[in-house]
Design a protein around this ligand. Structure first.
Ligand SMILES: Cc1ncc(COP(=O)(O)O)c(C=O)c1O
Length: 395
């Protein structure tokens, strides 16, 4: 079985492998050529769907107890089918993604749960938006008008959640503009505003509080007084709103959250602390050692810029054992990877090379060995998106 990356035509989505069909690693005594033939390819990303399912089930249960519906966010895994299956098995009733390509992939998989587009729609693709998404996050009246026209041309009605910027300075209208925009949007035919939403802890790193999330409820009240719109849905943020929910401090009017990292990596993005009861070992990046050599820790010779325009500071620790693995900045954010094996420390890397200090590793690695790393959010996003990284579904 050849492991040729397969690109869906006209799409950046690249789900190469589900479960590896390869035989288990052969016994040591088999001829080298056969042993090499039967190895799983590297670099690869192992996806532990059972752990993701458990994380999703626990968070969905917590939210349900507080009357909060969850849109499970699939963007960090590019809507990988095995992960999507795990989310649905855990009871997901709504999926959300920032990319239309991923929403199309969800539909192509046969997902019939409502789909929410997370990134504000582009005018150039409103027709795709109304065809594939049931609902979008919106902030521009121009876009709402275009969505309305596109939906009418398709004989549909598109639903929108008006985003309010409550301080994080990413998407959303400033609170003092909400009533005016809701009043203007209510007359559109083919487009229905179904609620208000906010996003926090993304650009400004602003932590959700009872006060900033409660603005949605207060603004809805003002909109209700100014219009006949009910605006039943209040979408109060992402994973970083879970601590408020769990402590009973999320305003009771908030009835919707959009959760990605908490499910996928079991962490709170505000400080990357583990979410209680959730697993963090849901994904493992596996890279292969392609060189092991003893070298001095300081470069030798006059120095200019490195391959990426930087000037790395080196510390003299004498001669050290170093390994190079076949993973690079084209595949991952290397500094966002945590070695699974002890005795490995990350020195840095270039487009194709991951450079590690393995002086303290026992036994010492050799060429052909696999080293494993837990990715953080940034590394995971790149690993899943890189067409050079194979996916292997385990669990
Ligand atoms: C608008 C919006 N909501 C929710 C999320 C999910 O965020 P998190 O992964 O922190 O739960 C994202 C990011 O993926 C987003 O862009």
């Amino acid at each position: 079985m050849a492991f040729t990356p397969v690109h869906a035509p006209g799409s950046v989505i690249n789900h190469r492998l589900s479960n590896s069909p390869l035989a288990p690693l052969p016994a040591r005594q088999r001829p080298l050529s056969q042993r090499l033939l039967h190895r799983q390819p590297t670099p690869r990303l192992e996806i532990h769907t059972d752990r993701i399912r458990d994380n999703a089930a626990a968070i969905l249960e917590l939210c349900a107890q507080h009357g909060v519906e969850v849109a499970c966010v699939t963007k960090v895994v590019c809507a990988h089918p095995a992960v999507v299956r795990a989310l649905l098995e855990a009871g997901a009733t709504m999926l959300a993604d920032s990319r239309l390509e991923n929403l199309w992939a969800l539909r192509a998989m046969g997902v019939d749960a409502p789909l929410l587009l997370l990134r504000l729609p582009t005018l150039s693709r409103v027709i795709d938006v109304v065809r594939v998404a049931d609902m979008s996050l919106v902030s521009s009246l121009t876009t709402m008008k275009a969505l309305a026209e596109a939906a009418r041309s398709e004989g549909r009605c598109h639903r929108g959640i008006l985003m309010v910027d409550v301080g994080d300075l990413r998407e959303g209208v400033w609170p003092d503009r909400v009533v005016e925009i809701v009043c203007a949007a209510r007359t559109l035919s083919g487009f229905e505003l179904v609620g208000l939403g906010c996003n926090l802890a993304c650009f400004g790193g602003v932590i959700p509080t009872p006060e900033n999330t409660a603005q949605l409820a207060a603004l809805r009240e003002m909109c209700r007084q100014a219009t006949d719109l009910e605006l039943p849905l209040l979408s109060g943020g992402n994973t970083t709103s879970l601590p408020l929910l769990a402590s009973g401090c999320l305003p009771p009017e908030i009835n919707h959250l959009r959760i990605g990292e908490g499910i996928m990596l079991g962490r709170n993005p505000s400080d990357r602390s583990p979410w209680p009861g959730a697993r963090q070992d849901t994904f493992v990046a596996v890279a292969e050692v392609i060189e092991v050599e003893c070298k001095p820790s300081l470069p030798v010779g006059a120095r200019g810029q490195d391959a990426f325009g930087g000037r790395e500071a080196f510390v003299d620790r004498g001669v050290r054992l170093r390994a190079i693995c076949n993973l690079g900045r084209q595949d991952a954010v290397l500094t966002d990877l945590a070695p699974v094996e002890s005795g490995v420390s990350i020195l840095g890397g270039s487009s194709d090379h991951f450079i590690l200090d393995v002086e303290e590793m026992h036994p010492r690695p050799k060429v052909g060995d696999e080293l494993r790393f837990y990715p953080g959010y940034a590394a995971l996003l790149a690993l899943v998106t890189s067409p050079y990284v194979y996916n292997s579904v385990v669990g």
